[in-house]
Ligand binder design. Structure first.
Ligand code: SF4
Ligand code: SF4
Length: 239
């Protein structure tokens, strides 16, 4: 299975947030209550009702702002998704991987999973839980659009040529070619985990400068169920 993929060229992103809004609109997700927390990045983080977030960071040099780094964060639709591997232990219908596109989809049955385990399994810190229902959510690649031959809403909305979508092989090729070009100006430029995900970012500088979980440098932090239960039910000392 090759399936579909994204190429996201961060050297072109202007943080207009068109993609963030288009995602909300297509999925009919309500607005977040936001506040001024000292950054143009708003809301502050992904949530059960925000699947896509344009993260913003200042890159400093000698105490002065060198660059604004913009990072439209979303699920990477991993080729071998750790969230699904962990979820399958409790309900193998809760997280699905569609065979034609490779989309990783969370269903209502995620309510049967241990949300903290799924969150900890994701190397990119993507899944979010509805505290009331225990259902998990994240980007679904606009699967309903894609199977009808349309682009994901975020890609369609992007006015700068940052976001691309198509066959995964084509996206990989486009990413490699653009990387070679960009490296002439930005020698630190790099692709994010191109062999293990369907959403390939081109970073103009070290990924960690954009966001601590931009790439899976440490791998999935697999949750140890045995240890967690041991902590919960640790016998208390009698006085
Ligand atoms: S990025 Fe996280 S939530 Fe998305 S498929 Fe990979 S492990 Fe699952
Ligand atoms: S729509 Fe394009 S340019 Fe605007 S924030 Fe999203 S990726 Fe960046």
């Amino acid at each position: 299975m090759e399936g579909k993929g994204f190429f996201i060229d961060l050297t072109k992103c202007t943080a207009c947030r068109g993609c963030q809004i288009a995602c909300k609109q297509w999925h009919k997700l309500p607005a977040e209550e936001t506040y001024n927390w000292g950054s143009f990045q708003n809301p502050k983080d992904l949530s059960f009702i925000t699947y896509k977030l344009v993260r913003m960071e200042e890159s400093l040099e000698n105490g002065k702002v060198k660059d604004w780094l913009f990072f439209p964060d979303q699920c990477r639709h991993c080729l071998q998704p750790p969230c699904k591997m962990v979820g399958d232990m409790d309900d193998d219908k809760a997280i699905l991987q569609e065979w034609e596109t490779g989309t990783v989809m969370f269903t209502e049955k995620t309510r049967n999973l241990f949300a903290e385990e799924i969150r900890n399994a994701c190397p990119y810190d993507i899944p979010r839980v509805n505290e009331e229902t225990n259902v998990l959510s994240k980007c679904d690649m606009c699967f309903d659009r894609v199977i009808n031959g349309k682009l994901p809403a975020c890609v369609l909305s992007c006015p700068t040529g940052t976001m691309h979508f198509g066959e995964l092989e084509d996206m990989k090729k486009m990413a490699e070619e653009r990387l070679a070009e960009v490296k002439k100006i930005y020698p630190n430029a790099v692709l994010g985990d191109p062999s293990s995900v369907r959403v390939i970012y081109l970073f103009q500088d070290q990924p960690s400068k954009y966001y601590g979980r931009a790439v899976a440098t440490v791998g999935p932090r697999l949750y140890n169920r045995k240890e967690a239960f041991a902590k919960l039910f640790r016998p208390t000392k009698r006085s």
